[in-house]
Structures are given as structure tokens and as C-alpha cells.
Design a protein around this ligand. Structure first.
Ligand code: HGY
Ligand code: MN
Ligand code: MN
Length: 416
């Protein structure tokens, strides 16, 4: 198949304008976004994305997890489509580009193909995966996980948020529960453009990350039970302070991850303290430990040492501790053919690039189980993400979208 010419480019200005337009929906309090999944803001962002897709001549399909599939026809309707996309949901203090760049980068490919009057043999489908972040409803990458057969749909529907609302009801409430069976769609390939969310590309002055692997992830929910009592009148030796036990376990998490440096990371981002009153010793704490590494054995070692060490800490302090695995996936190796298409595109377009392992999880990590998959990364300022100050440049956005354009169109086969 002839590769696209190096002059095949997207319209960077239009992409940037669409990013800024989408960023107005579900604004954060510090310039970023708080467009959490299945909220009214999410519904508004979905409606805007659907409007843009229909204006670009695409037809929209929605599955029973609310994932959106906007299709541009190919010349061979029997050919399996090339899928391209990411997610529109954000963290509560999220940035404007995490996920959104991948969805709107896919839309920009369609808009550019329309401008250039180019047809492809394979249809192209631009995708918005529901609940990639896993912040409101754990785990992360929930809809792509159901699509890949990792989770059952019923289990996914029962996921609850902090207010006890469940995923299935909220999906119906916002009017985005589709008809399609989840996972019924077969893919020729899947590509995802994403900001790096780390410092490597910017530090090395690289325009493009060719993502060969994704590190594995493990989420363990830890519950420690002590005893509520008065912070003033309870003598220190009598206290069963669950908050103190958590602090010691979190020190242990840091120690465990650092023992595998530089190939592992660990922290807890979600922490609930009960009753969370200024003058009550915490009787219970619930927190989620997030371990990651490209090496599965390291992840398993970290999980086991958390359990062994946590049990010891709480035995010594006379408290109960429970562990529940609430999310995770093994390290991922992306499809060599798709990765090569990304690397060749970066070369052809003259962008500096390097192979990279994704530090963050992405829908591509699950879709890689059911279709040939690869990712394209662009740098982000100071490697910062999951922070409202997340920033990229229009040039980085355009470079990433151009490489995505070439990889997708080469795989979808241009029809002369
Ligand atoms: O957790 C992750 O890595 C992704 O941002 N959801
Ligand atoms: Mn993301
Ligand atoms: Mn994210």
C-alpha cells in the first residue's frame, strides 16, 4: 500500500479551536476541566462531539456502556473499520487535553479527509470510550474493559460513586445508554493519540512518542479499622488511630515502590477518613494503593509486600486491615505492525521521535487484547497531567495528530 505523502497534514488551527471549544464544557476552577463521567457536563460534551461528527458526515453508534462510535464510510463496506479515539471524561482537577486530544484528533482526521476528498478502503470510526478515568466509578478504562471482555456489563453497571449512585442508572439518567451490544464491533486496528502525561518527551526535545508498551497497573483498596474516640480525652496509649496506621502503610507503599526504582511507582490518590471530624480519632480509613511497573513480577511483588507489611503494621497496632483488588491490568506490548506505522509516519513527516513505554493507563491497553493497537504520544509541559495546569502547544497537538493521521490512513488504505 502506498504510504501517504508527507504533505498530507491535518488543519492544526481547527484542531486547536475544537480543543478550546470542548474545554469550555465542565470547566475546572483553575483553568482545566472537571467533566467527570456520566455527569451533565459529560452529556453536554458528548452532544457537542456528536454534533461535530454529524457535521463531518459521520453516522453515530452508541453501545450499552455509552461508548460513542462515529463512522466514516470506506469504499469497501465489508472491510473492518480502522478505529481511532480516546476519552472525553476528565479527572475532577483534570486538564484540557488528557483523552480529549485523542478524540478530537480522530475527528480532525475525518475533517481533513473530507477537505482533501480522500477515500479509504476501510471505514474509519472515531471513538469516545466511556469512563476511562475511573475517578467517579472505579476502575479506570471501564467501558473499554467491558468491550475487551475483561469485565461483565452487569458488574460495570453496579459500580458506585462516592454518593452511592451506580453506573448503570447514571448512564440512563444522562440519556447515553445505547442499543449496541458491547464488544460486538470488530476492528481492523485501533490507534490512540494521547499526551505523554510524563516529562520524557519534553526533556529530550522529542515531538513524538512511539508507544511500544504500556506499564501494568494495580489498584488495591485498603480498609483499616481502629476505634473512634475523643482526640482530647483519650490517653495516647489507649488510642486505636486508623489514620496513624494508614500513614505507616503509606510510608511502606513509598518504600516498596522505591525498592524497585526506577522501574516502579506507588502512591494512594484516593483516601477516605471516617468520620473525618476534627476532634474524633479516625475509626476507619479506606484508601486505594496504585502500583505500576512495566514488569509484571515487580507488580506482584509490590502487591504481596503491601499485604504482608500492612498486616504486620496493623497487628502491632491492634487494628484490623482488609485488602481488595479493585482494578488493574498486566503490562501491555502493542502491535508491531501498528507501532511501525506510527514510527514510519513520524519519520516521513520529519518529526523527532523516540520509542516510549506509557506510564499511564489508556483504553488502548484493553483494546490491544482484541485488535492490533498502537498509540502516538505528544509532549506536555513539565510532564504535568491530572492537574488543571496541564498544557501542550498547538504545534505538539498538530504533530501528534499528523502522525495519527498518517498511521490511520495508511492502515485504512487510501483509494486512488
Ligand atoms: O490511571 C490512569 O493511568 C489513567 O489516567 N486513567
Ligand atoms: Mn487519558
Ligand atoms: Mn487521565
Amino acid at each position: 500500500m502506498p504510504a501517504p505523502g508527507e504533505n498530507l497534514k491535518i488543519n492544526g488551527e481547527r484542531l486547536w479551536d475544537s480543543l478550546m471549544e470542548m474545554a469550555k464544557i465542565g470547566p475546572g476552577i483553575a483553568g482545566g476541566n472537571n467533566r467527570q463521567t456520566l455527569t451533565d457536563d459529560d452529556a453536554e460534551g458528548r452532544a457537542l462531539f456528536q454534533k461535530w461528527c454529524e457535521e463531518a458526515g459521520m453516522t453515530m453508534g452508541v453501545d450499552q456502556m455509552g461508548t460513542m462510535f462515529a463512522r466514516r464510510e470506506g469504499t469497501d463496506p465489508a472491510a473492518l473499520p480502522v478505529y481511532v479515539g480516546s476519552h472525553l471524561d476528565t479527572q475532577p482537577t483534570g486538564g484540557k487535553y488528557d483523552g480529549v486530544l485523542g478524540v478530537l484528533g480522530g475527528l480532525e482526521i475525518i475533517r481533513s479527509l473530507n477537505d482533501l476528498g480522500i477515500k479509504t478502503k476501510h471505514p474509519i470510526v472515531v471513538t469516545n470510550w466511556t469512563n476511562e478515568e475511573g475517578t467517579r466509578f472505579a476502575p479506570a478504562m471501564l467501558a473499554s474493559g467491558v468491550f475487551a471482555g475483561i469485565h461483565s456489563q452487569d458488574w460495570a453497571y453496579e459500580r458506585e460513586d462516592a454518593e452511592g449512585k451506580n453506573f448503570g442508572d447514571e448512564l440512563v439518567r444522562i440519556g447515553w445508554k445505547g442499543e449496541e451490544a458491547v464488544g460486538a464491533r470488530k476492528m481492523h486496528a485501533f490507534f490512540e493519540l494521547h499526551i505523554e502525561q510524563g516529562p520524557i518527551l519534553e526533556a529530550e526535545g522529542k515531538d513524538i512518542g512511539v508507544v511500544t508498551h504500556g506499564q501494568g497497573l494495580s489498584w488495591t483498596e485498603v480498609t483499616i479499622t481502629g476505634k473512634e474516640s475523643h482526640t482530647g480525652s483519650t490517653p495516647m496509649p489507649m488510642r486505636r488511630n486508623a489514620g496513624l496506621a494508614m500513614a505507616r502503610v503509606l510510608e511502606l507503599v513509598d518504600e516498596i515502590a522505591l525498592s524497585h526504582a526506577p522501574d516502579a511507582v506507588g502512591a494512594a490518590g484516593h483516601i477516605d477518613v471516617y468520620p473525618n471530624s476534627r476532634n474524633v480519632i479516625p475509626g476507619k480509613v479506606v484508601f486505594t494503593v496504585d502500583f505500576r511497573s512495566p514488569d509484571l513480577a515487580m507488580i506482584q511483588d509490590m502487591e504481596q509486600r503491601l499485604i504482608d507489611g500492612g498486616n504486620k503494621i496493623c497487628d502491632d497496632m491492634g487494628m484490623a486491615i482488609e485488602f481488595e483488588k479493585v482494578g488493574g491490568f498486566d503490562p501491555v506490548e502493542f502491535d508491531e505492525g501498528c507501532v511501525t506505522a506510527v514510527r514510519n509516519a513520524a519519520d516521513r513527516l520529519g518529526y523527532s521521535h523516540r520509542d516510549i513505554i506509557s506510564g499511564a493507563g489508556h483504553d488502548a491497553c484493553w483494546i490491544n487484547r482484541v485488535a492490533p493497537t498502537a498509540m502516538v504520544m505528544c509532549p506536555c509541559v513539565d510532564g504535568l497531567s491530572h492537574n488543571e495546569a496541564e498544557e501542550i502547544s498547538p504545534e505538539w497537538a498538530a504533530a501528534g495528530a499528523n502522525v495519527l493521521f498518517h498511521a490511520v490512513v495508511e492502515t485504512a488504505e487510501i483509494v486512488e
